[in-house]
Design a protein around this ligand. Sequence first.
Ligand code: DX5
Ligand code: ZN
Length: 219
Amino acid sequence: MSQTIIAPSILAADFANLQRDIEMVNNSEADWFHIDIMDGVFVPNISFGMPVLKAISKHAKKTIDVHLMIVDPDRYIRTFAELGSDVLTVHYEACPHLHRTLQAIKTEGMKAGVALNPHTNVSLLEDVIQDIDLVCIMSVNPGFGGQSFIENTYDKVKQLKKMIEAKGATTKIEIDGGVTNKNAKQLAEAGADILVAGSYVFGATNPTQTVKDLKTLLN
Ligand code: DX5
Ligand code: ZN
């Protein structure tokens, strides 16, 4: 099994000390930056938008994984490519023409991700799994950091892993929400490749050490 990727979620960073927190991630054992974009329509919260992502991109030295929690994401695919996104994830629930959206993301040179809300069954991706670089299984309801992990996630990961293998796809599985040292190992064992962690990392007294400990626990 390859090393599990750790993606600290910038949503939990100190926005008044964003550069400091970005450098923390750069200098830590973390692998990716996870960036949550919320529009106040698809989810009941607004996070930050393009100017902030532009500022993050200027300093971030690792993969930029953008999670769009917005309606009609097709309108902004090119913009997010220009802002330095390496992975662009849209919500299944926000995309009536998901196949077209995935192609548009790839045309702009990014990896294409699809996020599933907790109530959305993974089987709905069966006909498009070969076209997806990453499936983000939401282990909380999207919109806020610091919520508790939904236990049903383990079964979803296993089901998705089975589907990916059956289809001979190379899709990676990401888990987003409530990830801590209590569930990280079990998630990786169930088939998760990428773990997003927001408040667990940035809420720690020593975030760098917390990332290191997570990596040690997983590998
Ligand atoms: C929730 C976001 C998550 C969030 C995770 O809508 O998609 O990425 O930042 O935060 P924690 O790890 O605190 O649950
Ligand atoms: Zn997210």
